[in-house]
Design a protein around this ligand. Sequence first.
Ligand code: 4NP
Length: 154
Amino acid sequence: MSQPAVLFVCLGNICRSPMAEAALRKLSWDAGLAITVDSAGTGDWHIGQPPDKRAQLVALEHGVDISGYRARQVTSQDFLRFDHIMALDPQNLFDLKAIAPNRHAARLELLMDMVPGRKGTAVPDPYYGDEDEFRAAWDDVAAAATALVERLRD
Ligand code: 4NP
């Protein structure tokens, strides 16, 4: 069987979903789990841009260099290429469902549903916050990525 493929989706693809991508890359590598990981945004404002400097800083604090990531927008192909599409907040999940092709393989889920006690909640958007908001977002996505590694291992 081919390896599982996971796509993280937020609004701009410069803050939360690149950090989720980074956290899952690191944790799956540490666990020896081969998976395909990517991220994208529902919006188009930041296409081609690197992650926000504060996201880069916080990822680096956790040992992951994300300076080479580039923002892109979700495409209809993503619903065929990925097994799991994880939305960073309920609005992103709503928007994904609205653009999903009728027939697709991907399972659309809210990322924080993976974390006990956080079902139905968002990873708060840190864009208008400071570095500590980005650190809190990292903690959220890392908790979800840890749970995801456990699930994909089984
Ligand atoms: P993200 O954060 O969805 O976590 O990448 C945002 C980035 C940019 C904007 C909003 C949220 N924006 O409005 O440009």
